[in-house]
Design a protein around this ligand. Structure first.
Ligand SMILES: [Zn+2]
Length: 199
């Protein structure tokens, strides 16, 4: 069963299996898996991994549907600077940054706190930034059926920063647009609003 709240309790069998594998990894990299500082690391790492991937067990559409309201407001709604933490599926290293979401209602609005919630649902999986952007976009488009929806994600990838090319300051930007945001004028208004610093 999919639910909003997961990991209040951990599945013991799954946790134990992941713990055993982390023990193996710690040993293989040349550490003493049983020295004091590392004794509980496999368990902590297993629980962290399960927490960071809990999105597989959550239903983003259900979260949106739980707070949709009939409303005639039909101007652009923007939630910007949504904190985002995910794991890249190529290296299982974090990428993190901000998501900006806008939609133009078509008879229904959604509780604003639900947009950051669905960002978490999709971010807490093994991801690529491009697919994360599309999944958020499609979920809002298919569930809320707005006149249009736009998503921009700006993120820094630890797999680039800590290894490989070691570009310390590069930020990757992805974006997607549906419906009325496919019109240049609407899209530009959104992009202008998220880049202006009102705070
Ligand atoms: Zn990566």
């Amino acid at each position: 069963m999919k639910s909003y709240h997961y990991l209040e309790e951990y599945n013991i069998k799954v946790t134990n299996e992941i713990m055993e594998r982390f023990s193996g990894i710690i040993h293989e990299i040349g550490e003493e898996a049983d020295r004091e500082g590392l004794a509980k690391t496999p368990e902590r790492a297993a629980k962290a991994m399960l927490f960071l991937t809990q999105g597989y067990k959550q239903d983003a559409a259900a979260i949106l549907k739980s707070a949709m309201f009939k409303e005639s407001y039909n101007e652009m709604v923007i939630v910007k600077d949504i904190e985002l933490y995910s794991l890249c599926e190529h290296h299982i290293l974090p990428f993190f940054g901000k998501a900006h979401i806008a939609y133009i209602p078509n008879g229904h609005i959604v509780g604003l706190s639900k947009l950051p919630r669905i960002v978490d649902v999709f971010a807490r999986r093994l991801q690529v930034q491009e697919r994360l952007t599309e999944q958020i976009l499609d979920c809002i488009n298919d569930t809320l059926k707005p006149q249009g929806v736009a998503v921009v994600i700006e993120a820094a990838h630890m797999c680039m920063m800590m290894r490989g090319v070691q570009k310390q300051n590069s930020v990757t930007t992805t974006s997607g647009f549906r419906g009325s945001f496919e019109k240049e004028e609407t899209r530009n208004e959104f992009l202008k609003l998220i880049s202006s610093d009102l705070s």
